[in-house]
Design a binder for this molecule. Structure first.
Ligand SMILES: Nc1nc2c(c(=O)[nH]1)N[C@H]1C(S)=C(S)[C@@H](COP(=O)(O)OP(=O)(O)OC[C@H]3O[C@@H](n4cnc5c(=O)[nH]c(N)nc54)[C@H](O)[C@@H]3O)O[C@H]1N2
Ligand SMILES: Nc1nc2c(c(=O)[nH]1)N[C@H]1C(S)=C(S)[C@@H](COP(=O)(O)OP(=O)(O)OC[C@H]3O[C@@H](n4cnc5c(=O)[nH]c(N)nc54)[C@H](O)[C@@H]3O)O[C@H]1N2
Ligand SMILES: [Mo]
Length: 675
């Protein structure tokens, strides 16, 4: 009765910051009543947020308090994958994990334990901190986190040492904006009005993407390469710049190495040959080349869509070489933006781990299925998944599933929600979200570091990563005096090299990186290479790429599997996060010509298959795609298709040419009506 009569408290407004995997790093205004979040929206603390956020994160209260939330530790009762679990106490759960880890270590050695995480949606306190300490001290296998940004990271590090890029706030100064394999309308919405502002001021817009993204529809020039065709396209522009006397030789002589070799490697790529390989008309490539050569400032925004194939690393490297060859640096609004994570080097992440990295075996996360099923040196006997949803996001999904079904594997899934992966766990542990624990997060687009306190009471018995990993260290006798464990202790060591950032966080709750909030490349921000020059054909990348850097590998399409399946980001999920909030079937998108050729119509039920798997879902016919390209979005859950598997079942676990990165967009498939 008392409960019913009590008038609800009016919500109070609290401050937070979104750590989800997105370049924008939004500052948030969170309304909280009775310890529960009732609403959240953008604030203006991070000026780039401008008081609004994406539709996805607005739905976060449904994640917090909805049906899918994981509230208590629980152990498996039914078959793996059946989803039948029984609640246990935290104490029992932690004892069980410690016992399984101890047992694995005694029987096989520490490498039989595989921590599985990506952490794209985690801030600095909940990833690569106490978690790594535990796994380093255990001598566990080390995970190569290659599912995203491995090729772009290798390319950007090799060429420029991850030099901080053009700030989004400087885009309106550009006369030309090039969006290459990036779709800000889904993957970082605050860039969209900035681009529109530049267009209002007369800037040209070029988009390079195999489909008509919302910004491609507003572009002056839209090049639609075949997935994986970007490398020849970029090389032909480089060739043309050199051949036509448009290369900035004085910039190259002063600030770059390897440019003569790059010129030599680009030499065979006349526009006609690039047109054949990329599927973009020679005239269109030439038009892009001359628009780019003429415009200043010109800014290139590269995304992640074109790294996810066999040529991905070289393609990103060739695109990033363009501003050096064409002399686009040195002016505000000119240069490139890739990931700006290199701006945060002063943050001492190793101090948060507080344990040197051991030389244990490395496992590439793209090969999780193979690892679980085939590695014997030693076999993985404990899999600890956190900050990641591997069954939804790793390639070769059916193989991952078979691996997770192994009866002799003990799988721990430490999660916020009941993901597809969690259903295969032997033990689940409930995690808090960024609204329920203290966090520090930094942008990889926006130049901002946030400190955020918990704004709501944890749902159920959820606990933060740092508390759980610290407790596991203790139970395994791996804790040491002085280990930073709490949010305050972790923050103190992370920022021990920067009084300034600590001061700014104390004063404003946000801080700028050392390069400042809007560096000009080659004026305030130089390559973080040994000689502060751009290395256009760096030796290490050249050695790593299977056929050398900038060597083009042909399209993997065959007669049996002629269609390129891409799986880009959508405005509904962040990777697979929040996917459980959408219950509808997600269709395959296909160009009308491809549908007509197969006698398919909008709304049909189709099967999409290759040698790895078959997926069944509905069909959406859309003229937004390049013919020959079909699309199933990234981040789908099993309930989004009729067959319970997704694009990841069709994605090969092969590697890109650099960084052993994932090749999601190298999936080649055939499609037919399902009987
Ligand atoms: N809403 C939302 N936002 C996100 C994410 C999310 O899942 N949802 N994910 C976050 C993460 S983890 C990342 S890595 C970033 C990714 O950010 P983006 O790179 O913008 O995202 P993608 O959708 O992977 O790819 C961008 C575009 O590349 C195109 N593309 C695919 N293959 C090729 C190709 O071979 N060549 C070219 N030129 N283009 C190609 C796709 O059609 C797509 O439009 O976004 C982050 N932001
Ligand atoms: N087909 C296809 N697949 C793709 C891609 C693609 O382009 N195509 N893109 C890839 C890319 S770019 C990326 S980045 C990956 C991302 O793949 P994942 O790293 O698997 O990312 P999410 O799907 O967001 O899963 C993160 C999970 O961590 C949980 N989590 C979040 N915070 C915490 C925390 O503090 N503690 C704990 N214990 N758990 C937490 C969330 O609930 C969520 O389920 O997906 C890749 N998968
Ligand atoms: Mo990503």
């Amino acid at each position: 009765m008392a409960e019913i009569l009590r008038t609800p408290e009016p919500p109070i407004h609290l401050t937070s910051a979104c750590p989800l995997d997105c370049p924008d790093a939004c500052s948030l205004d969170v309304q909280v009543a009775d310890g529960r979040v009732v609403k959240l929206d953008g604030s203006r603390r991070n000026p780039f947020t401008e008081g609004y956020i994406c539709a996805k994160v607005r739905r976060f209260p449904e994640l917090l308090y909805g049906e899918g939330r994981l509230l208590y530790p629980a152990v498996r009762k039914g078959a793996k994958g059946s989803g039948a679990f029984e609640r246990i106490s935290w104490d029992e759960a932690l004892d069980l994990v410690a016992a399984k880890m101890r047992e694995a270590k005694e029987r096989w050695g520490g490498e039989a334990i595989l921590p599985f995480c990506y952490g794209g949606s985690n801030g600095l306190l909940t990833h690569e901190a106490v978690d790594f300490r535990l796994f380093y001290r255990l001598g566990a296998s080390r995970l190569l986190r290659t599912v995203c940004a491995a090729p772009t990271g290798r390319a950007a590090t090799g060429l420029y040492g991850k030099m901080p890029g053009v700030a989004f706030s400087d885009y309106p100064l550009a006369k030309l904006i090039v969006l290459w394999g990036v779709n800000p309308s889904a993957s970082g919405i605050h860039l969209v009005p900035v681009i529109q502002e530049a267009q209002r001021r007369g800037a040209g817009l070029v988009v390079i993407d195999p489909r008509k993204t919302p910004l491609a529809k507003k572009a002056d020039l839209h090049l639609m390469p075949r997935p994986g065709g970007d490398l020849p396209l970029a090389l032909s522009v480089i060739r043309w710049l050199f051949a036509g006397g448009k290369a900035d030789l004085s910039f190259l002589a002063a600030h770059a190495t390897g440019w003569e070799e790059l010129r030599r490697r680009a030499e065979p790529w006349i526009f006609e040959r690039a047109a054949e390989a990329s599927g973009v008309a020679a005239e269109d490539i030439e038009r892009f080349a001359s628009l780019y050569a003429e415009a200043s400032p010109a800014v290139l925004r590269t995304g992640w869509g074109f790294e996810r194939n066999r040529n991905g690393g070289s393609a990103v490297a060739a695109a990033l070489a363009l501003p050096a060859v064409a002399g686009k640096f040195g002016v505000r609004g000119g240069g490139y933006t890739m990931s700006n994570s290199g701006a945060w080097g002063v943050i001492d992440r190793a101090a948060a781990v507080a344990e040197p990295e051991p030389a244990t075996r490395e496992i590439n996360m793209n090969r999780l299925g193979e690892t679980l099923l085939e590695r014997r040196d030693p076999p993985v006997s404990v899999l600890f998944s956190y900050n990641c949803n591997p069954l939804a996001t790793i390639p070769n999904q059916e193989r991952v599933r078979r691996g997770l079904q192994r009866e002799d594997l003990f799988t721990v899934v430490f999660e916020q929600v009941w993901t597809d992966t969690a259903r295969y766990a032997d033990l689940v542990l409930p995690a808090t979200t960024f609204l329920e624990h203290a966090e520090m997060s930094r942008g990889y687009g926006a130049y901002v570091l946030h400190r955020s306190a918990a704004v709501a009471a944890p749902a159920g018995e959820a606990r933060p990563n740092y508390a759980v990993f610290a407790e596991l260290c203790r139970r395994l006798g791996l804790d040491r005096p002085g280990d930073p464990e709490t949010a305050e202790e972790l923050e103190a060591v992370l920022l021990r090299r920067s009084e300034r950032m600590r001061g700014e966080l104390d004063r404003d709750g946000i801080a700028a990186p050392d390069c400042g909030p809007a560096p000009v490349q080659f004026v305030d921000s130089f390559p973080l290479t040994s000689d502060r020059k751009a290395h256009l054909v760096p030796d290490d990348l050249d050695r790593e790429a299977p056929h050398g850097l900038y060597a083009y590998q042909d399209d993997p399409a065959t007669e049996r599997y002629p269609l390129a399946l891409i799986s880009p980001a959508t405005g509904r999920t962040v990777s697979s996060s929040l996917g459980h909030l959408y219950r509808d079937t997600v269709p395959l998108e296909m160009h009308p010509d491809d549908a007509a050729r197969r006698g398919l119509a909008h709304g049909d039920t189709v099967r999409i298959w290759n040698d790895l798997a078959e997926v069944r879902t509905t069909l959406r016919v859309s003229a937004d795609l390049r013919p020959g390209v079909v699309l199933l979005p990234k981040g789908m859950w099993s309930h989004h298709t009729l067959s319970g598997n997704t694009a990841n079942a069709l994605a090969p676990d092969s590697y890109a040419d650099l960084g052993e990165g994932a090749c999601f967009n190298d999936a080649r498939v055939e499609v037919a009506r399902a009987c």
